[in-house]
Write a protein that binds this ligand. Sequence first.
Ligand code: C2E
Ligand code: MG
Ligand code: MG
Length: 254
Amino acid sequence: EKGLRRALHQQEFHLLYQPQYDLQTGSLVGAEALLRWRTQDHELISPDRFIPIAEKTGLIGPIGEWVLHTACQQTKKWHEAGAHSLRIAVNLSAYQFQRTDLVDTVDLVLKETGMEGNCLELELTESLLMDHAETNILTLTDLKVRNIVLSIDDFGTGYSSLSYLKNFPVDRIKIDQSFVKHLTERPSDASIIKAIIAMAHSLKLKVVAEGVETEEQLEFLKRHNCDEAQGYYLGRPMDTAAFCTLLEQGGIST
Ligand code: C2E
Ligand code: MG
Ligand code: MG
């Protein structure tokens, strides 16, 4: 906790950006912002290790705000440089979502950075949505009014009820990496993916596949009309400079 407090004040956090591609056109359409912590002694700590502590101590509040602000500020610069409709996805933790001031924070960040709501995507998890389902609908509706894109991260792994898909105003589903991982050798994973895509499309939701590591996985997803994909095969999470180079190389979707 002490380390995390210091990290906030000493600017030990930074964001990496992982590209997301449209599978029909092949163009780069968005990025997911992923938080990294490099400590004073240059140790790199993964978010899976420090986010739970940040949540427990409430520090995820200011940390999450920093992530949102930094990601929007950077994306606005990319928009101004020509990548007009590039979308940025930011992960939200349950603690942030349940704070009553989430919508105010989002409003403030959009105003301060000049970012348009329709280029900001917020990634929520199934368990986050399932707790306090009633109040969540109100928050989600407030965010939708601002044209913010809402997606469900790690879909298929949480303890949840599918009824929220018809009740909540979400736009996108991100198929969890665990299904993609063994997709070519496990017929059951392939079937689950096909079923998720079919269900999502009939509910008018877009589908993004996470953790695409091989050409075979990519071909399968394309063949079964998955809308977008991200993963090491397409591009690792990278720093701002590397992402700028990627944008300059083309593949900018306008
Ligand atoms: P996530 O949102 O599901 O992010 C995807 C994770 O998969 C990232 O791990 C990413 O680096 C990794 N990944 C991407 N492509 C591949 C691939 O092809 N193969 C494999 N094996 N992994 C891939 P990362 O960056 O370590 O983040 C872990 C989790 O930490 C994230 O999972 C997210 O839940 C959380 N997280 C990251 N940044 C933030 C943040 O700013 N706020 C909050 N609340 N949570 C965050
Ligand atoms: Mg995510
Ligand atoms: Mg995920």
